[in-house]
Design a protein around this ligand. Structure first.
Ligand code: PEP
Ligand code: MN
Length: 452
């Protein structure tokens, strides 16, 4: 069901789009290469490479998201802040898929509605940064911009932008896709979803929450054991990444089976908070592709600016095309979110609202380690549900940074990670992620909101 088109204002109405029209605009956050010929050669090679997804899969995701935008179902969007080539590992991937599946089951159990699962996976290699340079042990170095650009190791050679990494990023993405496709449609039980997979660390005496979590897990386990394989827990993950490195994205953009242009390296792309300038190259690229897309919206976004973004990115007001992913921080959401919801309501725009409780809640520990508090993350999500309710709107999605193993990157949760524990298993190359049990706990703790 398509809603009426949104009245386009001046910006781009008459301008022709092509896969390379972004090159006429200013592109923020792009790496500088000192070997432009090598870059040209790699981009040419990428243009010849097989598509990683079918446009029909992107269209199917868009239809599923249209249902969410129309009020039925929930979008669970989660995964690493930055994937790393060296972390691409068969068992680790299985653990990530399993953790996503478990979160999905908890959401499905709470909402009794379909859950659309989109992983930050198979291409989440490019990172926007607030500075171009950083000082490490007194030496000034270019910042790490994700494995698609350079290496996180702190020396000048590793931090050089290397065009060959674009090809590696493509090849690693295809390896990940291959494993995801081999698991697709399988039952989550086949990934070893025994009772231990659901265990949360317990703090002494069973609290009320722990008791009810155990009860839900028991119900789920009974359903899973008695349902025919795949009936309830079939693995069905779509993939996504931030559309940041525009030359890479352009090279993998082609004609879909419906004759529209698609980014064929992933199902879903999002536009970051640092690259959503109305007259910028990223918005230009995004407005022309037919994949479902998201845009991150932070505290600096004004209501009129959001309206213009919505007009540019979803001019036909099609539900399922656009997700607004808000990321304000627990203390600012109450002030920032209501005017934006009202602005979108005024234009009767059919969008999905999703809450990213990660990127506005970063803190630095007393030892100088980047972290986030479980309680702050939970608090922003709960506020998002409350504010949408109060505004007569609907929170239709959750956007998390998390992983499938027991890393120690975020503080708190029932495992009660403290500042001193952060160094035990801190492996993220960029932002701190919820570990598997913190992720399950978070989703469980919002069951009451999901049930409304
Ligand atoms: C991210 O999702 O990792 C990210 C950089 O987010 P944002 O653009 O919202 O800062
Ligand atoms: Mn991040």
């Amino acid at each position: 069901m398509n809603a009426s088109p949104i009245q386009l204002s001046g910006h781009f109405r008459d301008k022709r789009w092509s896969t390379s029209s972004w090159r006429l605009k200013t592109a923020a956050q792009q790496p500088v290469y000192d070997t432009p010929e090598a870059l040209t050669g790699v981009l040419e090679r990428l243009r010849q490479m097989p598509a990683l997804v079918r446009s029909t899969e992107c269209a199917s995701l868009r239809e599923q998201l249209a249902q969410v935008a129309n009020g039925w179902g929930f979008l669970l969007h989660a995964g690493d802040c930055a994937e790393r080539f060296s972390d691409i590992h068969r068992q680790e991937l299985t653990r990530k898929v399993r953790a996503m599946g478990q979160m999905g089951l908890l959401v499905q159990h709470a909402t009794q509605q379909p859950v659309v699962q989109v992983a930050r996976m198979a291409g989440q290699f490019a990172k926007p940064r607030s500075q171009n340079l950083e000082t490490v042990n007194g030496v000034q170095l270019p910042v790490y911009r994700g494995d698609i650009v350079n290496d996180v190791t702190a020396n000048a050679d590793a931090r050089r932008s290397d065009p060959q990494r674009l090809l590696q990023a493509y090849l690693y993405s295809s390896a990940v896709m291959n494993q995801l496709r081999s698991l697709s449609g399988e039952s989550l039980m086949s990934l070893g979803l025994g009772d231990e997979a659901w265990q949360l660390p317990l703090l002494g005496e069973l609290s009320h929450e722990e008791r009810s979590y155990r009860h839900v897990v028991q119900q789920l386990t009974t359903i899973l054991k008695s349902a025919p394989a795949g009936a309830y827990d079939a693995i069905n993950l779509f993939v996504s990444h931030e559309g940041l490195h525009l030359a890479y994205e352009e090279s993998l953009t082609g004609q879909g089976e419906d004759n529209h242009p698609y980014n064929l390296s992933t199902h879903y792309l999002w536009l970051g908070e640092r690259t959503r300038q109305l007259d910028g190259a990223h918005v230009e690229y995004f407005r022309g592709i037919h994949n479902p897309i998201g845009v991150k919206v932070g505290p600096s976004c004004k209501p009129e600016e959001l309206q213009e973004l919505v007009r540019l990115l979803n001019p036909n007001n099609e539900p399922g095309r656009l997700t607004l992913i808000t990321r304000f921080g627990k203390d600012r959401i109450a002030q920032c979110l209501p005017p934006l919801i009202e602005a979108v309501q005024q234009m009767d725009a059919r969008v999905i609202w999703s809450c990213d409780p990660m990127h506005g809640n970063g803190i630095v520990s007393s030892q100088g380690i980047k972290t986030r508090r479980f309680q702050d993350i939970l608090s922003e999500v709960r506020s998002a549900f409350d504010i949408h309710d109060a505004e007569g709107s609907r929170l239709g999605g959750l956007h998390l940074e998390c992983t499938g193993s027991e890393v120690t990157e975020c503080l708190g949760g029932s495992s009660d990670i403290e500042e001193a524990d952060l160094t035990t298993n801190y492996t993220t190359a960029c932002d701190p992620r919820l570990n598997a049990s913190q992720s399950l706990e978070l989703v469980f703790m919002i069951s009451d909101c999901l049930q409304r």
